[in-house]
Structure formats: C-alpha cells, structure tokens
Design a protein around this ligand. Structure first.
Ligand SMILES: [Zn+2]
Length: 253
C-alpha cells in the first residue's frame, strides 16, 4: 500500500516535470522529437507526430519500377495529359499540386535539389516531373508547360514553389522559351500607357531648347557633310575605267 502511494507520487512528480519541460520547449519554439523522450516511464499519451511528405507508401512500391525509356508518350508527350490515367492521378490540378519535398530541419532550403535521378539512383522524394516517367518536358507539350506559368503575369514559377528540381527547371524554361518562339505560348507583354505629350514637339522640354546655331544658318553640322568636289584626276581615271559602261555624261550637281 505504502509502496503504491510512493509510486503514485513519483508519477505525478514526473508528470509535473514533464509538463514544465514541454512548456519551456514550446516557449523556445523548438521542435519536439518523439524518439528522444522518455515516454515509457511516464505513461503519457504523446501526440502522434506525422511526417508530412508525399513519399509513396512503402508497401505499395516494393518492387522498383524500371525506368522505361521506350514510353509511347516520348514522341507525343501531350497525349498522356488526355489519358484516363493522368486524369485519375492529377484531376484538374497541375502536376506539382500538393507536392511537398523532404528536407532536414524546419526551414525549407532556398533551392531545390540539382537532380532527382543520378544514373540508376532515384531520390527518395523525386520532384513532380521526375516522379512521373510519362511526363516529358517538350516545347509542344503546351498543357504541361502552362502549369508552370502564372496565368496572370506570364512568369515562370520559381522551382521552390512548384518543387521541381533544378535540372527539370532548366528543361522547363528552355521548353517554354522555345514554345513561345514557335507561337504556342503567349509572351507576357507589360501594358504601357502612352502619353501623347511625350511624343509631341510642343512639349515644354522641347520648346525650351533652342536650335543649334549651325542648323539655324543652314550650314551642315560638320564641314565634311557638305558636298566635296573630288579631284579631276580621280574623275578622269574612273571615267576611263568605266568608259564602256557609261551611257551618258553626267556630272554631279
Ligand atoms: Zn526532378
């Protein structure tokens, strides 16, 4: 009986300590890690921490899928976006919708990874384009490219926004540029309001400037702009050379 009471006391004391530790940690804004906590001795119900990642279920992806380079969508990649498989997978959302990359620590890195596929090794959480082998970045694949462009400004989304790796981002920007050159995508042209007064000679800034003195006297700006009579010797020489081709004698004014 006595031992039971002491155990109970110890437990409550332990709970108190634990709560204090929790609150101090929260104040500091640190992240809790469940594995480091002595939860077994305290009989506490710890909150279930869940890792938010888009990694596929390990039970489902037991057998590694070989990278099929002979996909039928390689030649015509836009056909994949019309298939039932694609619609079932993504619906009306862009391919990068809901993608969340894994990273160490609480602060996401400022850049995405260089590449998801190195030789035969595929990263654990490949980017939206690398994870789907049937997606091919091509300048003719307009529907896919449009998903990476802001429809209001025409700016290509930053890779940290869509989550694509830098390699695919490079392919994307090149494909979008090429597509624009071929007229498949529109160019973002900023709207500039033209003011008539800026192109008018009545403008104050124009009228205040006096004409150059040379222009007022009707003399050429530079002396070598005026007509210069070539030496007679040279004219005679040219006439002699082109004698057979000259139809009539013309002289400069
Ligand atoms: Zn990638």
């Amino acid at each position: 009986m006595r031992s039971c009471a002491s155990l109970n006391m110890a437990l409550t004391f332990g709970t108190m300590l634990w709560r204090r530790a929790m609150s101090s940690l929260r104040q500091r804004g640190r992240l809790l890690w469940t594995q480091a906590l002595p939860s077994a001795s305290l009989h506490l119900q710890l909150p279930q921490l869940r890792a938010y990642s888009t990694e596929t279920d390990p039970a489902k992806s037991e057998e590694p899928v070989a990278f099929d380079t002979e996909s039928r969508f390689k030649e015509k990649p836009w056909e994949y976006l019309e298939t039932e498989e694609y619609i079932k997978k993504y619906g009306n959302n862009p391919v990068w919708f809901g993608y969340r990359r894994n990273h160490r620590g609480s602060i996401p890195p400022q850049k995405t990874r260089k590449t998801c596929i190195r030789g035969t090794k595929v990263a654990g959480n490949p980017c939206p384009i690398c994870r789907d082998q049937k997606l091919h970045v091509d300048y003719r694949n307009v529907k896919l490219l449009e998903q990476f462009i802001c429809q209001y400004t025409g700016v290509i989304y930053h890779p940290t926004y869509t989550g694509v790796c830098m390699k695919q981002y490079k392919h994307l920007t090149r494909a979008i540029e090429k597509s624009r050159e071929f007229g498949l995508l529109s160019f973002p042209v900023p709207y500039v309001e033209l003011k008539a007064e800026d192109y008018n000679s009545v403008h104050q800034a124009v009228s205040k400037t006096p004409l150059a003195p040379a222009l007022q006297n009707q003399v050429p700006w530079y002396p070598w702009y005026a007509w210069q009579q070539p030496p007679d010797k040279d004219i005679a020489r040219i006439r002699r050379i082109y004698k057979n081709y000259l139809k009539e004698e013309t002289s400069p004014a």
